[in-house]
Write a protein that binds this ligand. Sequence first.
Ligand SMILES: CC(C)(COP(=O)(O)OP(=O)(O)OC[C@H]1O[C@@H](n2cnc3c(N)ncnc32)[C@H](O)[C@@H]1OP(=O)(O)O)[C@@H](O)C(=O)NCCC(=O)NCCS
Length: 173
Amino acid sequence: MNITTRRATLDDAPQLADIARRTFFDTFTGTCTEVDMASFLEAYYNLDLVKAELSNEQDMYFLAESGGQLVGYLRFMEDYASLPMMKQWKALELKRIYVDKPFHGQGVAQVLIDLVFTYAAEHQYEVVWLGVWEHNKKAQRFYEKYGFVNSGHTHYFPIGNTPQTDFWFWKYL
Ligand SMILES: CC(C)(COP(=O)(O)OP(=O)(O)OC[C@H]1O[C@@H](n2cnc3c(N)ncnc32)[C@H](O)[C@@H]1OP(=O)(O)O)[C@@H](O)C(=O)NCCC(=O)NCCS
């Protein structure tokens, strides 16, 4: 599979919002109520918000494409809001890495995560960190394969009224 990546632009907002909603739904459906899922998607993945995020130069969205088709996306940013203790380092938060279901297991996420590490090295970051749902074992295995470890710190991440806990993983560079 030939996978290319590029930084997303404002013109990509509709297709980015679309894949973001679909992959979030595919990953978390059944872990919360349908109402909570619908309200979460509307609150965090609506087109206006995606456009605003794409307009922020610091907010790094990248698309993975194959054969002219969008197959996954990545979002990372230097943003300490969710975990202020990271301020002691020059740190990047890996906010999202999602691959569309039909393309799982074909190396798309590998290409995307390599992009984060290359960016981090080029900009002298000391650590990359991320939140992952405690029961998302597949993603945890993926991160561990690339050298992330469970920091032991957790984070409350509700989907609507459904309580969920995320682990903070990090990788020192
Ligand atoms: C976790 C996730 C991002 C991984 O994406 P992916 O593109 O399937 O990952 P990769 O293909 O790079 O690697 C997955 C496996 O496929 C294998 N693989 C990679 N390229 C391959 C190829 N050409 N042929 C066969 N297998 C391949 C990898 O070695 C890896 O094997 P492993 O099970 O031993 O780790 C993806 O499952 C996903 O989007 N999940 C839902 C969203 C999610 O949970 N995101 C994280 C939220 S915190």
